[in-house]
Design a binder for this molecule. Structure first.
Ligand code: ADP
Ligand code: SF4
Length: 684
């Protein structure tokens, strides 16, 4: 299809210092849990982005010195010459597709606990390190430390050029780097020429930009990444104050401004807490004070929103981390008039959890993310079918939909059968909860693709029994029947049922999603610790109920630390008037009283409660699998070669895991059993 001319503006070349970017799509730096530990996987992941049409492809934070050792987190590393070849793999791979490659040099200062290098952390002033309550302090940098730091940064820039990078970042964003710490009044208590006035606090940043330009500026563009607002009021940098003054002060010094808000949780807000384009109000001043090109982010997935940013003079480049993770081919799809095929980011931040858990990046929408090298998966290409197998897939949740999509793309005949009238399984149900509307994109993208495939038949409102599976006689049967929330209290804390659970007045998230609400004061018992407990509490509070959230964890929705949401969730619930009791077990429920127990002392207390919504764990809908397993002979007679359970009906997990399971089965069912993935082993 030809490209819609209204999107032409997105494909204009833009000059950045001595270089020209071929279009306005800019993959800004993002972590990925692979970095220096898995350089091949990292290089291939970035290459695929370049293939997908991004004009600029960036690294994540790249540590420039052992005193900026972010271990155990896995970022890029450029401590000395021995790191150059690993990063050169990325630049070579990206250059093959005509994209520019950017490197984000970082010295993390007091954010680096230096657990591997055992160096003492550095900061503008003597201050406790900010790394997870680590019992260590950073020392105040002397003038000679500052000179040494400038030398390390300069050497890193020269190494970056040798590694083939086109754009070298000076990084002062997210509160995660030394130049930013010098800018922040709360961290910079110095009385010399590097402290006090903004001009003094900005001195180090200015020097780094000048050093970098002097070192590599003839061939490379020098970018500055700066957080114009820390969203902490007068205690931090504000776009209406020092944020604006700083950009105005250094306006023409770098070749490019990459601007955002800080900290990372604010920059990468989930869709639950911020819509597309949410940073505009903070960054829109930047283009009024500099003539240099400006890149900004805002989880942009709509080409119209992107065009609007450019036309209204807010940005020159559409920056993207998450939209490029969910769909590495986003620019190419717009370019070729296939924007309806964009796999839109849902804003869930599962991708961020890879960094927090120090494992390769995963994405809910894009199951190939992080698998480009180790499994050889491409986000847009699947191998053609190897045989004539036809498939019956039972259940059209994320697992079933993705499985049908990929099998269909491979050319197989697929029958996707769903009990409900609506497709999407848990995604459709959960997307109706407060703040999760964007999650329906998991269903909508897949449905849009399936409707284009003539070889996939979708049957709705058709609950399937074992007899019907046998009658149907497809050669391969895939069960993707999902899971339901348990009623008995079994979860992480209680591995046996809680006394009194299962009685009248006890509900699960499924009941709430089905519109069955409790009456009277309600306890939401969250022993699941991801998002559902907090959202159910919010939903019920919004219905006007008195809600007490009880959890054995030390905070609400504890796992969402890994998706950068925990703070926002707890704050939101407190503001809504939800009462929160942490470090508390649920010992029993009598029908009008919950017996609570302190996780430390075991001390018990009573809490009047008319209802409990128990959010502990889920049990698989495996009845169909069991019935078919009991009919092994009949399966053979019906010509059924295999029956496989995938996704939540095998073991309940995240939506990302269900999508991955569907994708994996569709790619690998005809591969040898031993198929695994390539590993990157250290050389000896
Ligand atoms: P997953 O996350 O693994 O994809 P979901 O719970 O989201 O699981 O989706 C499972 C889907 O399977 C639901 O839409 C459910 O209605 C459907 N389903 C469950 N059992 C049957 C059945 N016997 N026949 C047809 N559809 C079923
Ligand atoms: Fe977007 Fe979620 Fe994928 Fe991250 S994991 S890119 S937030 S869909």
């Amino acid at each position: 299809m030809p490209r819609d001319p209204r999107f032409d503006i997105l494909f204009e070349p833009v000059k950045i210092g001595p270089l020209t970017a071929k279009n306005r799509f800019f993959q800004v730096p993002h972590c990925n849990g692979m970095g220096h530990a898995k350089p091949r996987a990292h290089a291939e992941m970035r290459r695929v982005k370049a293939e997908g049409g991004w004009a600029v492809v960036s690294t994540e934070e790249v540590e420039i010195h052992p005193s900026s050792d972010l271990s155990p987190y896995i970022e890029g590393r450029l401590w000395d010459d021995s790191d150059v070849p690993f990063l050169a793999m990325m630049t070579e791979a990206v250059h093959r597709h005509g994209a520019l490659v950017a490197i984000e040099l970082v010295h993390a200062g007091m954010n680096a606990a230096n657990l591997y290098s055992r160096e003492v952390s550095l900061a503008p002033s003597a201050i406790a390190t900010s790394a997870n309550f680590a019992p260590a302090q950073a020392r105040a940098m002397s003038k000679s430390d500052i000179r040494a730091f400038r030398t390390w940064h300069r050497q890193a820039a020269l190494r970056a050029r040798r590694a083939g990078f086109d754009i070298v970042y000076v990084y002062a964003a997210h509160g995660l780097s030394l130049p930013m710490h010098f800018l922040q009044r709360r961290h910079n208590h110095r009385t010399d020429e590097y402290g006090g006035t903004l001009a003094n606090r900005a001195r180090l940043l200015r020097e780094l930009i000048e050093d970098t330009k002097e070192a590599v500026g003839a061939d490379c563009a020098v970018a500055v990444r700066f957080a114009v607002d820390e969203l902490r009021g007068g205690d931090g940098i504000e776009a209406s104050g020092e944020g604006r003054e700083l950009v105005a002060m250094l306006a023409e010094l770098p070749d490019l401004w990459d601007v955002n808000v800080s900290d990372w949780a604010h920059d990468s807000r989930t869709s639950r807490f911020a819509p597309e384009g949410y940073q505009e109000e903070f960054v829109r001043f930047v283009k009024t004070v500099t003539t240099k090109p400006v890149v900004g982010v805002g989880r942009f997935t709509s080409p119209d929103a992107m065009v609007s940013q450019i036309r209204r003079g807010v940005l020159d480049f559409i920056g993207a981390a998450r939209p490029s993770i969910a769909d590495p081919f986003l620019p190419r799809k717009i370019e070729s008039g296939d924007e309806d095929d964009i796999r839109e980011c849902i804003g869930c931040n599962v991708c961020v959890s890879g960094d927090y858990t120090m494992t390769p990046i995963r994405c809910t929408q894009n199951p190939t993310m992080g698998e480009e090298w180790r499994k050889g998966w491409h986000p847009e290409k699947v191998p053609p079918r190897s045989g004539e197998d036809d498939f019956l897939i039972v259940g059209a949740g994320p697992a079933g939909l993705e499985c049908a999509r990929v099998l269909g793309r491979r050319g197989h005949t697929v029958h996707l059968v769903e009990a409900q009238t609506e497709l999407g399984g848990r995604v459709t149900r959960e997307a109706r909860l407060p703040g999760l509307a964007a999650w329906a994109r998991v269903r909508d993208y897949r449905l849009g693709q399936l409707l284009k495939l003539g070889n996939v038949e979708i049957l709705r409102a058709s609950p399937v029994t074992a007899e019907q599976v046998l009658e149907f006689g497809a050669r391969r049967v895939v069960l993707a029947t999902g899971a339901r929330w348990r009623r008995d209290g079994v979860g992480r804390t209680h591995t046996l049922p809680v006394p009194g659970f299962g009685r009248e007045g006890l509900l699960t998230p499924d009941d709430v999603m089905d519109g069955r609400y409790p009456a009277g004061p309600t306890v939401v018992f969250d022993d699941d610790h991801y998002y559902i407990g907090g959202i159910v509490a919010e939903k019920l509070r919004r219905e006007g109920l008195e809600v007490i959230l009880v959890t054995p964890a030390e905070r609400v929705s504890a796992w969402t630390v890994n998706t950068l949401e925990q703070h926002a969730i707890q704050r939101h619930l407190l503001e809504l008037g939800v009462r929160i009791m942490t470090n508390t077990h649920m010992a029993a429920f009598s029908g009008d009283e919950a017996t609570l127990e302190c996780v430390y002392t075991g001390r018990r207390s009573g809490l009047a409660a008319a209802s409990i919504v128990t959010v502990t764990s889920r049990e698989s809908n495996d009845e169909l699998a069991d019935a078919l397993a009991a009919s092994a002979q009949a399966l053979g007679a019906a010509g059924i070669a295999s029956v496989v359970s995938i996704g939540d009906c095998l073991a309940p997990s995240t939506i990302a895991a269900a999508v991955y399971a569907g994708h994996r089965y569709a790619r690998e069912f005809d591969q040898p059993d031993s198929v695994g993935f390539r590993r990157e082993l250290p050389q000896i």
